[in-house]
Design a protein. Sequence first.
Lengths: 116, 111
Amino acid sequence: GAVVSQHPSRVICKSGTSVKIECRSLDFQATTMFWYRQFPKQSLMLMATSNEGSKATYEQGVEKDKFLINHASLTLSTLTVTSAHPEDSSFYICSALAGANTGELFFGEGSRLTVL
Amino acid sequence: EDQVTQSPEALRLQEGESSSLNCSYTVSGLRGLFWYRQDPGKGPEFLFTLYSAGEEKEKERLKATLTKKESFLHITAPKPEDSATYLCAVQATGSARQLTFGSGTQLTVLP
C-alpha cells in the first residue's frame, strides 16, 4: 500500500511552546490530507481536512488558531500545535488520500505529544 | 450524522479459535467502508475497503463482508500476531473523503 511518513513519532515539550508535526506522502501525491487526534482507549477523531494550496477545513470544536495546518505541497502537510498546554497531550495521526476515485486513505505512524 | 458502532469492545480468543467482529453503521450515503488494524502506539494499517452490499474481500486469515447495515470481519484460525485493535470506518458520498471511525475492537489471541 501507499506509504505515509509522520515525524516526529514522539515529542515532549514545555507548556507554552509550539510543536510542529510533519506528514509526508512518500510514493504518491496527496491533494487532500486529514489530521486526526486519538485519546487513550478511544477512536480517531477528525480534527481538520487539509487541501493543497488552500486553507484547512476544521471540525466543529477544533480551534484553528491553536492547531495550524499548512499543506504547501502535494506531498507535505504540517500541523503546528501553538502555545501547547498539558490538555493538548495526545496521539496525533495524519492520513493522506491515495486516490480520489478509490477514496482509500493511508495513515502515518502517529505522533505522541506530551506537554509538561 | 454518520455513526459507526463496533462490537464487541474486546475479544479474547485462543489460537486457532475463529470468530467475527461486527461493525454497524448509519450513513447518509455509503461511499466505502474501511477496515484498519492498529497496534499500540502506531497509526492504523489499511486492511480492506468495501463499496457495496454483498461484497467480500480476503487477506490471509481475514475476510470482510458488507451488508446495507453492517460489516463483519471474520478471523479464521487466528494467531497471536493477529492481536491488535481493529477499526471500522465509513466514508460518505458527497464528503471530502474523510472517515468516521468506530471505537474499535481490541482483539487478543492467546497462544
